[in-house]
Design a protein around this ligand. Structure first.
Ligand code: FAD
Length: 614
């Protein structure tokens, strides 16, 4: 078994079976040589590094946070991959249908070249990564495309989830992977995957679910007794990152955490490496083939939010799920070299409504509202007590509605309202369904309760008369499953997010009698769409559309091929893996074209010291 030191100090790879050192990276050196320098360790950076390493290139991957994985590690880990082999490839889907669907969703921002490249390569990229790394995905058969009313949409064919992963396989490096969001774990560090959640909501009624839950709890207790700070069963984005990282460790790829990039270095027009600040000091990395910017989204940086998000600039509330290490520094590095930033997309960020859970220490946790709004007996109202939109709209477009509704107002705060019966059936935000406890959330003020709607409105500080009228009007139609105001439950996507057992409309039911509950929601994001302008394989472009030789950008550091829209579950990570793979493949191909067979041993020539680009 191979181990590599991931953090700080000398990067040493040892074979623990023989205890002999087989490859050494001495951090006392001041200059390092590699073929590809990958900056950023999210899904895109990891996919680039894995592909490049498999194709025989020597890779150094730097990450300026202390942990590997970035937001990819806290994400749902789902990928939207048309024609994937798990769904039978072209037997059940077609390039034409997928491209047509994206063209219809994206509209004016449709970039045919990049979208076609994506659709034609996504399944190959995923298969390559699965065949050459520990990555493993399974089809999510109940997940449908977000615009099922558009031609070319499919149900249960294009979204896949990362298969859970045993973090113990990472050995001591398990703790180097970024932990999931605290709000997404229970019992002090046990992560729940999408497929675990139904077991938790029915374990009192179903023996298989009871066994599933007991198995998870037993493993979690074992982990805690063995001293792990969280459960070693990695799910969703954490599994994605853990799986790719294990492959990099086995392939002797240098992973330098706590390493920031000070400058990109270029001679004449070509980017040749970077000056980095490693904990052991300032180091020069000569990248003989390319530098790949995989620094992710910028919304962890308030200044960048102000620059790119109009409602933040206007002073409205906004909270990002991203850590402050997602600071957009990749964009700054590229700008300095004349690279272009594309901020022309229909939305600059991937939005989701968020609610804020107060913590005893004065800090808080965020919870995204992906699907709870679609459940029956749940509405969203504004300060006048009026509903603002179809609550079952996908999370990205729902924030679009929140922003439109609050355009000329100081506040973009809205309220999820439900009644006791529905709260216990489905949960709301972070509040669990029965048999989970709601009292901690009432105590910390996250969940507000009123015996009557007027009482609840008083606690929220909103118009009581308006709320009473809204619920009366809603309930008078909801009794028949109708929603004449917004047609909630009108599409297959919406109905899939509701409750199939609630007839005749899975998304609509009267709130009925109290007590009533509410949670405050504001706009938030799970990443950004605006980013570095690139060509169809990720080469960074200038404002004039010319390429900057030797420089690539992948993942959310690059501008999104989705044009600022969200066509389906996995619409960010699917492209992150695919374009990481494509960039690495292109770099390897160029190495071959230059008559240097990358996969064969060859002398690595150390560049003379280079002056950083001013
Ligand atoms: C709660 C949540 C759920 C989500 N679920 C999904 C989902 O299921 N499917 C989906 O498609 N998307 C999902 N997303 C969005 C998805 O996580 C992001 O789009 C994805 O992580 C982007 O991957 P990336 O590799 O481009 O960048 P990131 O994951 O952001 O990684 C970039 C890394 O680069 C590092 N970095 C930044 N600057 C530098 C620098 N100068 N030097 C060195 N390192 C640097 C960062 O610290 C970070 O570790 C979700 C997001 C959240 C928050």
């Amino acid at each position: 078994m191979l181990h590599t030191m991931l953090v700080d100090g000398p990067c040493l790879l040892v074979n623990s079976n023989t205890a002999t050192e087989i490859w050494k990276f001495d951090m006392r050196d001041e200059v390092f040589d590699c073929d590809v320098l990958v900056i950023g360790s999210g899904a895109a950076g990891l996919a680039t590094a894995v592909t490049a390493a498999v194709l025989g290139l020597k890779v150094i991957l730097t990450e300026h946070a202390a942990h590997i994985g970035g937001p990819s590690a806290i994400s749902g880990g789902e990928v939207w991959v048309p024609l994937n082999r798990q769904a039978g490839g072209s037997a059940n889907d077609s390039e034409e249908a997928a491209i047509g669907y994206l063209a219809r969703v994206i509209g004016d921002n449709f970039d045919r070249d990049r979208v076609e490249t994506y659709v034609r390569n996504a399944a190959t990229a995923l298969a390559f990564l699965e065949d050459n790394s520990h990555l493993k995905y399974e089809l999510l058969e109940t997940v449908v495309d977000y615009f099922t009313d558009l031609e070319g949409a499919t149900k249960g064919l294009r979204s896949l989830g990362a298969v859970p992963f045993d973090g113990r396989r990472l050995g001591k490096h398990f703790k180097t992977i970024r932990s999931p969001m605290p709000a997404s774990m229970i019992f002090g560090g046990m992560s729940l995957g999408r497929l675990d959640i139904p077991h938790f909501s029915r374990f009192t009624r179903s023996l298989p679910s009871l066994l599933h839950v007991c198995g998870m709890l037993a493993k979690h207790m074992r982990d805690r007794l063995l001293g792990h700070r969280r459960g070693t069963r990695m799910v969703m984005g954490n599994a994605l990152v853990g799986r790719l990282t294990l492959t990099l460790i086995e392939r002797k790829v240098a992973l330098w955490t706590n390493t920031s990039t000070l400058e990109l270095v270029r001679r004449h027009d070509r980017v040749l490496g970077a000056i980095v600040a490693h904990p052991s000091g300032r180091r020069q990395v000569n990248a003989h083939r390319a530098v790949v910017i995989a620094t992710g989204s910028f919304s962890g940086n308030r200044q960048k939010q102000i620059e790119f998000l109009p409602h933040v600039r206007a002073g409205q509330q906004h909270r990002s799920h991203l850590p402050d290490t997602n600071d957009g520094s990749g964009l700054d590095l590229v700008r300095k070299l004349g690279g272009s930033i594309d901020n022309t997309l229909v939305q600059p960020a991937a939005f989701t409504p968020v609610s804020i859970i107060p913590r005893p220490d004065g800090a808080d946790w965020l919870t995204p509202h992906f699907g709870d709004r679609a459940k029956p007996g749940v509405i969203v109202v504004d300060g006048s007590g009026n509903r603002i939109a179809n609550e079952a709209t996908n999370y990205h477009d729902f924030v679009g509605q929140m922003l439109r509704h609050s355009a000329s107002k100081a506040s973009a705060e809205f309220y999820l309202v439900t009644s006791h019966r529905h709260l216990r059936a489905y949960g709301l935000g972070r509040v669990p369904a029965s048999p989970g406890r709601i009292s901690p959330f009432l105590r910390n003020g996250y969940l507000l309760k009123g015996q009557t709607l007027s009482d609840l409105a008083g606690k929220l500080g909103i118009d009581a008369e308006g709320l009473v009228k809204t619920v009366a009007a809603h309930d008078s139609h909801a009794i028949r499953g109708d929603d004449p105001l917004f047609n909630k439950g009108g599409t297959a996507y919406e109905r899939a997010a509701g409750d199939a057992a609630n007839e005749p409309n899975p998304c609509v039911a009267p709130l009925g009698k109290g007590p009533f509950y509410a949670i405050r929601m504001i706009p938030g994001d799970i990443g950004t769409f605006a980013g570095i302008r690139v060509d169809s394989v990720g080469r960074v472009l200038t404002d004039r559309g010319t390429e900057i030789p030797g420089l690539f950008a992948v993942g959310t550091a690059a501008s999104s091929i989705m044009g600022g829209t969200y066509p389906g579950a996995g619409a960010m990570l699917g492209p992150a893996l695919t374009f990481g793979y494509l960039a690495a493949k292109t770099i390897a191909q160029e190495a071959t074209d230059h008559k240097t067979l990358a996969h064969e041993p060859r002398e690595v020539v150390t560049c003379p010291p280079l002056a950083p680009q001013s």
